[in-house]
Write a protein that binds this ligand. Structure first.
Ligand code: AMP
Length: 285
């Protein structure tokens, strides 16, 4: 990991020039098969005691990357590294740098590649000192340049692209709450939308906090309607091309969330060909 963090830093410094992404078309079934093979390779390496999985989560703001990435990271014993969390930690420390960052983040824009690479490299270095292996990245890469830098320094096994209907995304961002004491993430939105083209209704129940967190809930300053709409626009402009970048490399696994966590989690595990150890335990009781 130290090698990766050093390489990311130097690669970022060297790649000031813009690099165009390969836009080779790969048929969807070929891409799916390649992504499944990539997931298998990652898990086999893990079992062989080589290195742990190196996965990336992509998806629009509000899709639930953090929820699914953190669950998988616990299952696969790899750190969940969310660049949004790194940015929020930087925002929390007083000084001119955090003021500059707040101006960008609270308007729904992306911070510069340099800033994000520095924050990520520092996080990887700290993890390496603690003996961390593998990772699940969430919120990085978000631009083609970030994807090229990452691709240049390490082998990403799999990129999971979470998808959810656009109507649900805004409601999910506006319903998001965090406990200011324990850091737990909740959602007060109850989403119930008509099926598309005769498809099933989509129901996402709220994920309510336990009583001890109820009075301590806070909302992210960038989860207002105006800012979320801007973040979605920025995602479509700058981050959606990253999907194509990984699709062309056979690493993209598309996953359409069928509903809330209880419905989607087992299906995601199935798509990844993973067994939920929690389920095994409860079946054994
Ligand atoms: P998130 O929690 O992933 O929605 O990220 C919150 C904010 O942090 C984003 O709206 C951006 O301003 C910033 N951010 C997070 N990750 C990145 C990234 N990879 N590149 C640029 N800005 C980022």
């Amino acid at each position: 990991m130290a090698a990766i963090s050093r390489a990311i830093r130097s690669c970022a410094a060297a790649s000031r020039r813009s690099m165009a992404a390969s836009s080779k078309e790969v048929p969807a079934d070929v891409a799916r098969a390649a992504a499944a093979a990539a997931a298998r390779r990652g898990r086999e390496r893990d079992r062989e005691g080589g290195r742990r999985v190196q996965w990336v989560f992509l998806g629009c703001p509000g899709v639930g990357k953090g929820t699914y990435a953190s669950r998988l990271s616990r299952m696969l014993r790899v750190p969940h590294i969310a660049t949004g969390d790194l940015v929020r930690d930087a925002l929390a420390s007083p000084g001119p740098f955090s003021k500059q960052l707040a101006e960008i983040v609270n308007h729904g824009k992306l911070v510069s590649d340099e800033v994000i690479i520095n924050l990520l490299s520092k996080r990887l270095e700290e993890g390496e000192e603690k003996g961390e292996l593998g990772f699940i990245l969430d919120g990085f890469p978000r631009t083609i340049r970030q994807a090229e830098i990452l691709e240049g320094v390490t082998d990403i096994d799999l990129v999971i692209n979470l998808k959810l209907r656009e109507e649900a995304l805004l409601a999910k961002c506006l319903g998001r709450r965090m406990c200011s004491q324990c850091g737990g993430n909740f959602n007060v939105a109850s989403i119930d939308i008509e099926g598309e083209n005769g498809g099933p209704r989509m129901y996402m129940p709220p994920l309510l906090p336990p009583p001890q967190c109820e009075s301590k809930l806070i909302t992210r300053p960038d989860d207002t309607e105006e800012v979320v709409k801007e973040r979605l626009r920025v995602y479509h402009d700058l981050s959606e091309p990253v999907e194509e970048f990984y699709r062309a490399r056979g690493k993209l696994l598309e996953f359409n969330l069928p509903g809330g966590l209880p419905e989607s989690w087992p299906k995601l595990l199935q798509a990844l060909n993973l067994e939920d150890p929690g389920k095994e335990r409860s079946a054994a009781v």
